[in-house]
Design a protein around this ligand. Structure first.
Ligand SMILES: Cc1cc2nc3c(=O)[nH]c(=O)nc-3n(C[C@H](O)[C@H](O)[C@H](O)COP(=O)(O)O)c2cc1C
Length: 113
């Protein structure tokens, strides 16, 4: 089934590294559970300052979630990098995969599928 996919980047609102690491862990865990129920999958990566996240699934549902995420005060400077229509799902097994180390390149490669 063809899906819609977007990639955005944003800046973490917290300047405290420990606080930020705890935050990304909590966000990805919560997101995994919530996203799966919405048929949304994706991946998130964090370098201590910036987030990069892919969301994929039904277009309207993804855009609605993105609107909600944009309102989250835990990050700011949100920039939509790229969208893709009618593509194959890449992160089928993941509600929200947290990449182990900062790997923006992986996300960019996926957006070139
Ligand atoms: C960088 C970042 C990424 C997020 N990604 C997701 C996500 O993929 N799915 C999700 O449900 N919430 C995500 N959130 C959290 C949402 O902004 C929001 O807090 C959450 O959806 C609210 O969940 P609730 O309805 O259970 O209170 C993210 C937040 C941030 C800061």
């Amino acid at each position: 089934m063809k899906i819609f996919r977007l990639l955005y980047i944003s800046r973490c609102a917290s300047k405290d590294k420990f606080d930020a690491e705890t935050m990304i862990f909590k966000i990805s865990k919560h997101a995994s559970e919530k996203n799966q129920a919405l048929g949304i999958t994706g991946a998130i990566t964090f370098d201590g300052n910036d987030f990069a996240q892919i969301l994929e699934g039904d277009k309207n549902i993804v855009l609605k979630l993105f609107e909600k995420i944009k309102l989250d005060t835990r990050h700011d400077n949100i920039n939509l990098v790229k969208v893709q229509e009618n593509v194959e799902r890449h992160y089928a097994a993941w509600g929200m995969k947290k990449l182990d180390s900062y790997n923006y390149d992986e996300l960019i490669r996926v957006m070139e599928d």
